[in-house]
Design a protein around this ligand. Structure first.
Ligand SMILES: N[C@@H](CCC(=O)N[C@@H](CS)C(=O)NCC(=O)O)C(=O)O
Length: 227
């Protein structure tokens, strides 16, 4: 049994989607980010960075893992699935996983901050992050024109990138004209495990068609953005 401390965000969904794909038994524990539960001492004892996700592996002497990329690697190595063990195959998965961890995730996160949450509208900052996200989407699109999946087989790298790219509208990033990326997005969306994973720890409806819900959500997030 794995305990997963999470919230309905891309970094949380990366882990619930992987756990669903791997058919591992897990218990999701919702961390209320707008109430600041991630900064409480009990949680900081598990994750010194005060962010979700975190796992506790009850079957491995309560081993704790934080940082979503490290959690994905841990789960893949624990099961021998979603990442090959040969050096080159493993490296190809890690390259695209790191591309998400160091590029797509932080850039979309900053696009969200400046496009949705920041009190002032700083257009150069919004443009900077949205344009960088678009550039990263084009990198994915070019690669996916030559390869069905990001690495040789479906892997944790696909899960990690998909969980972020699917939220492009919230970040205000243009995804038009990227047909290879579109093909891959649909392939992932059609996987039952991914469909289950993005409803953990609870289902949230798209905020995009509901202005009131979107502004309430942005207001809560704004309060947690430290300037
Ligand atoms: N590098 C971390 C980033 C985690 C992260 O930014 N989590 C966000 C939700 S997607 C969070 O917990 N935000 C709450 C906060 O910053 O206080 C990871 O990949 O695990």
């Amino acid at each position: 049994m794995i305990e997963l401390y999470t919230a309905p965000t891309p970094n949380g969904h990366k882990i619930s989607c992987a756990l669903e794909e791997l058919e591992l038994e897990y218990e999701a524990k919702a961390v209320n980010l707008s109430k600041g539960e991630q900064k409480q001492p009990e949680y900081l004892a598990l994750n010194p960075n005060g962010r979700i996700p975190t796992i506790v592996d009850r079957d491995n002497d309560n081993f704790i893992v934080f940082e979503s990329g490290a959690i994905l690697i841990y789960l893949a190595e624990k099961t021998g699935k979603l990442m090959p063990s040969d050096q080159e195959g493993r490296s190809r998965v890690l390259q695209w996983l790191m591309f998400q961890m160091g590029g797509i995730g932080p850039m979309m996160g900053q696009a969200n901050v400046f496009f949705r949450y920041f009190p002032e509208k700083l257009q150069p900052a919004i443009d900077r992050y949205q344009n960088e996200c678009r550039r990263l989407f084009e990198v994915l699109d070019t690669h996916l024109g030559e390869s069905e999946w990001l690495a040789d087989e479906f892997s944790i790298a696909d899960i990690a990138n998909w969980c972020w790219v699917r939220t492009y509208k919230w970040s205000g990033v243009n995804r038009q004209g990227l047909q290879n990326l579109d093909r891959w997005m649909v392939a992932l969306k059609n996987r039952p495990a991914m469909q289950r994973g993005v409803k953990v720890p609870f289902r949230i409806d798209s905020l995009l068609g509901d202005e009131k819900a979107a502004s309430e959500f942005a207001e809560k997030a704004r309060n947690s953005v430290q300037t």
